[in-house]
Structures are given as C-alpha cells and as structure tokens.
Write a protein that binds this ligand. Sequence first.
Ligand code: HEM
Length: 220
Amino acid sequence: MTILDRPELDLPLSVAMRQGSMAQHTDAENATFTSELMAGRINEAGYADYLRALRVVYAALEELGREMAGDPVAAQLHDPALERLEAIEADIAHWSGGGTLETDSPAAAAYAARIRAASGSATKFVAHHYTRYLGDLSGGLAIGRILDRTYGGTGQGLRFYDFASIERPKVYKDGYRERLDALPLDAAQRDEVVAEVQEAFRHNQALFDELSGRMDAYRR
Ligand code: HEM
C-alpha cells in the first residue's frame, strides 16, 4: 500500500484524529442517553451512574498518564491540570447524596482494561488522552452548562467540567493540537494513533449503549 492509497497519512495528526472519529462523534452525540442528557431528561441517579462509569475510566487513564509521564512523546501531552478523578468523585458524592463511588458497569471495566493495555505504548496513550480530555474541553463544557440548568442552576456537583487552572479552553486546545502535530511520529505510528482513537470512541459508545438501556430508571 502506498501513501496514495492512504491520503489521510499525510494529514497533520490532529486533523487525522478529528476526521477519523467524526462519524463516531456524531453517533455518540445521538446515543439515547447523551441526547436525553442534553435535553435535560436524565435524573440525578442516571447522571451519578454515568459519573461512576467515568470514574473507572479516568482512574485508569490518569494512572497510565503518571506511568507514561517520562516517555518523551507522552510527556508532550501529560498535564496534571487535566486530571478529573478527584472532581468526578466529588460530583458523585453530590449527586448521590454521599452514596457509593463503585459501579459494576461492564462497559466501563472494558474501557479501563483497554486503557491499561496501552501501558508502554505512546501512540495508544496519545489516542486515549485526546479522546477524553479534548472532548471534555470541547462539548463537555456545553454539557456542564445544560446540566446546571437541568438541576436547578446551583453550580454544585459540576466540578467535572471545571478546569480550574485552564482559564481558556480554546487556547489550551489550540496548543494541544500544535503539540499533537509536532510529535515525532511516522506515518505508521500516526495511523496507530487514529486507530486507537476509533477504539476509544467505540468504548465510549458501548458505555452510552449500556446507560441507554436503563432509561426507565433514569428518565426525569
Ligand atoms: C452530547 C455529547 C457530545 C457533545 C454535545 C459534544 C460536542 C462537541 C463539540 C461541540 C466539539 C467541537 C469543539 C471544537 O470545535 O473545538 C467536540 C469536540 C470533541 N469531542 Fe465531543 N461532544 C459529545 C460527546 C463526545 C464524546 C462521547 C467524546 C469521546 C469521549 C467526545 C470527544 C470529543 C473530542 C475528542 C473532540 C475534539 C475534536 C477535535 O477538535 O479534534 N465528544 N465535541
């Protein structure tokens, strides 16, 4: 196969990642759970279960980040200012009235296992890091505003969307994409990154599918 058969290999990495996941991004936005969440029709119990699943995912992602921080490629993106685990735990406590942080979600466990399997692979780490954090810094912020309106506008329980030390997400995202594009990866490695982004999106979709199956308990 030559580069002429694979024009995406020529794209800057950030563009290849975005284009490679665009269709899956639309699917994620249209999942029942997500669209109901955006329409203000998910109750607190449903939102707490979503956060419990995310807690499993971010625990794995942030452990991997610390483990890979010394890798020259991973170090370009690793940033403790992005870490969400503590915020997620505080938000679960808020929405569940101090209830359990634990979940038995098979989709969350499978997603976390995929992240842990990226140990030692800078390309896979980059993919998982991008899929979660750039999403949180993008649509995530709009979701936070909708949730605040849905649940009474107290501003409480929304620490997940509050990146205290990232004042301007747009500027941060632009810098992040520049760092992605400057990573010393060859075409085959860039291809690996895009493939793992697609895998990460598949796991997010599985998580939404699981939550979408419980709408009877979650609809408000
Ligand atoms: C209701 C669900 C969602 C909404 C409304 C939403 C919305 C958005 C919006 C508006 C952007 C564009 C921001 C920009 O142009 O800078 C964006 C980007 C992004 N979203 Fe989402 N999103 C959703 C779900 C997801 C999910 C489930 C993931 C994966 C975990 C995700 C990952 C991303 C990523 C990685 C980007 C950055 C794309 C890039 O610039 O390379 N999003 N999202």
